[in-house]
Design a protein around this ligand. Structure first.
Ligand SMILES: [Zn+2]
Length: 441
């Protein structure tokens, strides 16, 4: 009887008592709203949200709060990978271990919608998911599972599917015919759904800019407009285009791109990783690769083998001129987001974000610009600045605690002491433990 009463009392207490707060005390905060450091600050988190950010001396730590001593450490927003292809739960520990707390998925299906809902409800720990529906492509599509859209009627149906099922945006692809693209743009505008993706071959980059497409992935289609000679279409043509950039045409398209307000997601890392088959073994021998499942390694080898030697070389060679365009674009006020095309050969979940951050700096961006493209930039692009991308009261508690200052050297963003995802604190030991659990796969 007494036990039962006590039990009821405890239950009531549990239901009404707020979850204890967590406080990071004494951190140097990089809020990423501008290039600044807030020294010796306290950040309080409660129920998945940041509730206060202030100087340690004047910011009280709530009673019963869990305290994380952060003196001498750096606290920044969690990282975003704006171009992933995640198909399996085995990616989650790697995203989190490398500090990635939000991903934009560029080829979605109902499974992604279920994951997105579970993560939002706290039933599943992982990076927040923003997902496209199935790719919209022409006939035949490049990838199986795409929605084939060849006319206005099919465009309307495809957009309606996205609305009904709740996808976050539409992804357009290379073989979409011009009429279909225009119909998709018109329908999506009515439905208030953003369009992200490639530059369809038949549409061309100029019309993609004019249509107000939100992002251009891989800077696709740009190689063809900045080149002196028309070298053909498609991926290979694009890479060949980058081999013969005309400086005057480049300046023109840099200016037009920046003026159009398009977000460019260059994914340099995926082009770098199109290595020759004989180099795959040495790439797979690198330390972080041991967490990659055997079925993924096999898939990567097969995908790599399907490319021609010329195609692989042209991809790698295109990285330098792509970087030059991108740097000029950012200097002109162009809007940059960082994505990796994770899922493609040798592009590892999470780890590749750090490779791409280093690529942005190699392209000539400042460390602050590079980190912005993986934090605040994505939130602005997606219209979610109230949710993530900066450290401020009200934001989701997606945070990265680092041992060294990433504004001094962007590689310091790898020195991860712990990750907070939606208020759940994962210290380094726990991140490592979940990585080690992947070794049995
Ligand atoms: Zn992709």
């Amino acid at each position: 009887m007494w036990t039962a009463l006590l039990f009821v009392a405890l239950l009531t207490l549990q239901a009404s008592a707020p979850e204890p707060a967590t406080a990071f005390v004494g951190a140097t905060v990089l809020p990423m709203d501008s290039e600044r450091r807030l020294e010796d600050h306290t950040i309080v988190v409660r129920e998945g949200r940041i509730v206060s950010v202030g100087p340690r001396a004047s910011t009280p730590v709530p009673e019963n709060a869990r305290t994380i001593h952060a003196s001498g450490r750096f606290l920044m927003p969690g990282l975003v990978d704006m171009h992933v292809h995640t198909w399996s739960e085995v990616d989650t520990p790697m995203f989190l271990a490398y500090g990635v707390t939000t991903v934009r998925n560029l080829f979605g299906n109902p499974q992604h919608l279920a994951w997105r809902a579970q993560i939002e409800k706290g039933e599943r720990t992982g990076p927040s998911l923003i997902t496209a529906g199935p790719i919209l492509d022409g006939d035949p599509p490049v990838w199986p599972g795409s929605l084939v859209v060849t006319d206005a009627e099919k465009a309307a149906a495809a957009v309606q599917t996205h609305v009904d099922e709740g996808y976050d945006f539409i992804k357009v692809y290379n073989r979409l015919p011009l009429e279909a693209y225009e119909a998709v743009v018109a329908k999506a505008r009515l439905a208030n759904l953003p369009i992200d993706g490639h530059t369809p071959d038949a549409v061309g980059y100029e019309r993609v800019l004019a249509a107000g497409q939100r992002t251009v992935e891989h800077m696709s289609g740009i190689g063809l407009v900045v080149t002196a000679k028309a070298p053909g279409a498609g991926w290979a043509g694009d890479n060949a285009g980058w081999a013969q950039v005309d400086p005057e045409r480049q300046a023109l398209w840099v200016e037009r791109s920046a003026a159009a307000g398009v977000w460019l997601c260059p994914t340099f890392v995926v082009f770098q990783k199109m290595v020759e088959p004989e180099n795959i073994a040495s790439e797979l021998a690198r330390g972080h690769m041991r967490y990659v499942a055997p079925f993924t390694r096999e898939f990567w080898k097969n995908m790599n083998a399907r490319m021609t030697p010329e195609g692989r070389a042209a991809s790698r060679d295109s990285v330098k001129p792509r970087m030059a365009f991108f740097k000029a674009f950012v200097d002109a006020g162009g809007r940059a987001i960082l994505g990796t095309d994770m899922g493609n050969p040798l592009v590892v979940p999470g780890y590749s974000v750090h490779e791409e951050l280093a690529n942005f700096v190699a392209a000539g961006l400042s460390t602050y610009q590079a980190l912005s493209a993986a934090t605040r930039g994505p939130a602005e692009c997606l219209g979610l600045t109230a949710e993530f991308g900066t450290v401020a009261p009200g934001r989701r508690a997606d945070l990265l605690l680092l041992e060294a200052d990433p504004l001094l050297d962007v590689n310091n963003a790898r020195a991860i002491q712990g990750v907070m995802v939606r208020g759940r604190w994962l210290p380094r030991e726990e991140l490592q433990r979940s990585l080690d659990e992947l070794l049995g796969n």
